[in-house]
Design a protein around this ligand. Structure first.
Ligand code: SF4
Length: 244
């Protein structure tokens, strides 16, 4: 769902922007490309409209946290959009998503300087700690070496930014092909090396996608206990606007 929502409990604005089609766009469980911008003009105009709504909300309500999603990596947005968004990010807790290949000391430092947040939270869609599941089943194209590089980068950022940049891993559940044991191992491992885990319930939007399965009570309890958030993907945010 492209647009803006406000979560009064945590004073959080969630902005779903239009991005370019994700530069990878091969993950077997993802159809975010359906919400991608038609062209650069569409992308920029949508960002401008969303920025206006954010400013309106900020005039009316207290805002502590701003989460930006663009169906891919935040670093793929044009610089002009990122620069415009900096009008509302100063000294807020700002969350973005990114594939690992965009994450380097320089790119994060540069973004931090532009957005000037109180805290920058980078959510990385690793989905599973198991290399076979991550790459052969989900087609993430994120090697074990790349996972290790991000863990090292995170440690390095902790020194550079005095703990003001957090790295959080997404872990996928509710998908036929990843059992409870493997999901729990992913959560434990990412919790050990990063700043936390957000568990995301898989949704099957098309027949060509992997099958969606129910979630056992024991897994749910484990996730609630061990994750920063368990996203059951029931919110309007998950409604894909332009199904093809
Ligand atoms: S990297 Fe993210 S946005 Fe890109 S195809 Fe995979 S899940 Fe979708």
């Amino acid at each position: 769902m492209i647009g803006v929502t406000y979560d009064v409990r945590v004073k959080r604005i969630i902005a779903i922007l239009k991005g370019p089609v994700c530069s990878w766009n091969r993950c077997t469980f993802c159809c975010f490309y359906e919400e991608a911008a038609k062209d650069l003009g569409d992308l920029i105009q949508t960002a401008k409209d969303i920025l206006l709504k954010i400013k309106e909300l900020m005039r009316e309500k207290p805002v502590d946290r701003l989460s930006f999603f663009n169906g891919g990596s935040f670093f793929e947005l044009p610089f002009s959009v990122v620069s415009d968004l900096s009008q509302v990010t100063k000294q807020k807790s700002v969350e973005i998503e990114s594939r690992p290949e965009f994450l380097e000391l320089e790119s994060i430092y540069h973004l931090y300087k532009i957005l000037d947040p109180r805290r920058l939270v980078i959510r990385v869609g690793f989905e599973s700690i198991d290399d076979k599941i991550r790459n052969s089943f989900l087609m993430k194209r994120i090697s074990d070496g790349e996972v290790r590089r991000i863990v090292e980068l995170r440690d390095c950022m902790k020194n550079e930014f005095d703990g003001e940049v957090d790295f959080i891993a997404y872990v996928l559940f509710g998908i036929n092909g990843i059992d409870d044991k493997s999901i729990m191992a992913s959560v434990k491992e990412f919790n050990k090396h990063l700043d936390g885990v957000i568990a995301v319930k898989y949704r099957m939007y098309h027949e060509w996608m992997p099958e969606e399965i129910g979630v056992s009570q024991s897994l749910l309890e484990f996730l609630i206990e061990n994750c920063l958030d368990v996203d059951m993907a029931e919110s309007d945010i998950w409604r894909i606007s332009n199904p093809q």
